[in-house]
Design a binder for this molecule. Structure first.
Ligand SMILES: Cc1ncc(COP(=O)(O)O)c(C=O)c1O
Length: 490
């Protein structure tokens, strides 16, 4: 499914998902009770079948999702198993005990917490509560893109500010991009995919210079992995009364990705806005139990971080001995420069059983998650075998003409367009609107065979911003043509 289609799905979801909220809970619960009389299940009709047991080692070498290779804490596992005995009873609708435990863990009050089914639900709730047409979000690129996507789905616009030459989020440039229409700055610290941190002094200056009316969301999914003295959680700004929202997940250092638990921390007024559209009961009973128990097991988090440090050291040594540059990592994943066609190498790794990620407009980089130490060694051996058995350092020449990617899409200021040019013949890249009107010629003439990047600034022939909407990028070379759609959002 292309990016535009994905966005359509997001938009459809967002128009229908708020029907039963925490506020509307009582009425909905009454409805649910009435329904249960109508649909009494045919107890005993179907004999329980034994479940096929999925072996844990199905997930060996899954190095693409930044999961915790140690698994959940033993305390969380026991709590989850016990809670399963009550799986026929609805959970605490508002996750009250869990929110209170989260508050205690962070030295806050329960009114500062909104827990949800993963940071994914929480980010969605924040966007739904705070963003609509006329709002503008300033964020980095590349970064974890959910907030930008939710913003667009809610009709807000997004300004993407490129990371700096060290792949770090450029706070000065983000600050400069904040305008009178900006209502939110969305940061990921440490950032994903580059694993870089924001310098705490820069963040302090930034927090002190923001105009009124701007909320800062800081996604700290990888907080527990950071050791640098230059890093600081933005929790302190909440305590100082600044309009910050901190997002955390239990999917990483707590090893509960499959349980789906995340939360937002903020001032009570912001939390009540965020939670007002939440469906009741989105965190299952076993997950609520697991999360509470996990907070009691600091040893498990310590072991997780220690394993991560060892795994990263193996990876970094391996990259150095293979002569590959990598971005020093503050998280449980590392981005390294393959020096060649990352997507091609990733697919060869996949054939050898190692799942990694590529993308983000970084065609030479691969993001690899840390795993168990033997997985790290196996991964490096596989990588070495691919690189050393004649894999060309040069990106492969494309076999066909293509508008391979547009990034970001939708876009608000500039969009990077990747072209695959297979032959040394003149090309023509023209933008049309959906009625077929020619908007701009972006490229015309000879391009060397290979991968090229072209930028569109959202302007037409006359240098005017085009209207918000969908445009077609048409690439022609001789008798071949390729096209792709891109959306511009003002
Ligand atoms: C920065 C960041 N935020 C949020 C998430 C999603 O977290 P969750 O699993 O809690 O939905 C991820 C997942 O990888 C992430 O990297």
């Amino acid at each position: 499914m292309g990016r535009i289609d994905e966005r359509l799905v997001v938009m459809q979801r967002s128009s229908s998902h708020n029907k039963i909220s925490r506020r509307g809970f009582l009425g909905a619960a009454a409805g649910a009770a009435a329904l249960s009389f109508v649909h009494l299940p045919g107890i005993g009709r179907v004999q329980a079948q034994p479940f096929p047991i999925t072996a844990n080692n199905d997930f060996v070498n899954r190095l693409c999702y930044n999961e915790n290779p140690l698994g959940p804490s033993p305390l969380a596992l026991t709590a989850m198993q016990e809670a399963c005995n009550l799986a026929h009873r609805y959970p605490d609708w508002y996750s009250g005990d869990l929110e209170s435990r989260i508050a205690q863990y962070h030295g806050l009050s329960q009114a500062n917490v909104c827990a949800g089914a993963g940071a994914t639900e929480v980010i969605r709730l924040i966007a739904d509560a705070l963003l609509g047409p006329g709002d503008e979000v300033v964020t980095a690129t590349p970064t974890y893109s959910q907030m930008g996507n939710e913003a667009v789905a809610n009709g807000a616009s997004v300004v993407h500010v490129p990371v700096d030459e060290n792949y770090a989020i450029d706070l000065a440039a983000i600050s400069a991009a904040v305008g009178s229409g900006t209502t939110m700055v969305s940061l990921v610290n440490p950032n994903n995919p580059q694993a870089t941190i924001l310098d705490k002094t820069d963040l302090e200056i930034f927090a002190g210079t923001l105009p009124d009316g701007v909320v800062i969301v800081v996604d700290e999914a990888y907080h527990d992995y950071v050791h640098s003295p230059n890093y600081e959680s933005s929790l302190r700004y909440i305590l100082e009364g600044k309009p910050f929202i901190v997002v955390r997940t239990m999917s990483k250092s707590f090893g509960l990705a499959g349980s789906r638990i995340g939360y937002a921390l903020a001032a009570p007024e912001l939390i009540s806005q965020i939670s007002s559209s939440q469906q009741f009961g989105t965190i299952s009973r076993p997950s609520q139990a697991a999360a509470q128990a996990a907070f009691d097991d600091s040893v498990h988090v310590t072991n997780t971080v220690a394993l991560n440090d060892q795994a990263k050291a193996i990876l970094e040594d391996g990259f150095s001995s293979l002569g590959l540059d990598f971005i020093p990592s503050h998280t449980n994943f590392v981005m390294f420069d393959t020096g060649g066609n990352a997507a091609g190498i990733a697919s060869e790794l996949s054939a050898l059983g190692y799942q990694v990620r590529t993308g983000w407009g970084m065609p030479q980089h691969i993001r690899v998650s840390t795993g168990l130490l033997e997985e790290m060694q196996g991964f490096l051996d596989a990588l070495a075998s691919i690189l050393l058995t004649g894999f060309s350092a040069e990106p492969e020449l494309p076999q066909s003409l293509a508008v391979m990617s547009t990034y970001p899409n939708p876009f608000n200021s500039t969009c990077k367009i990747q072209l695959w040019i297979p032959a040394p013949e003149p090309v023509d890249l023209t933008i049309y609107d959906l009625s077929g009107r020619k908007i701009r010629v972006l490229e015309t003439g000879l391009l060397d065979p290979g991968v090229h990047q072209v930028t569109w600034d959202g302007r037409d022939f006359a240098g005017r911003d085009v209207a918000s909407g969908t445009y077609v990028l048409n690439l022609i070379q001789g008798e071949y043509a390729a096209s792709r759609r891109v959306s511009f959002v003002k």
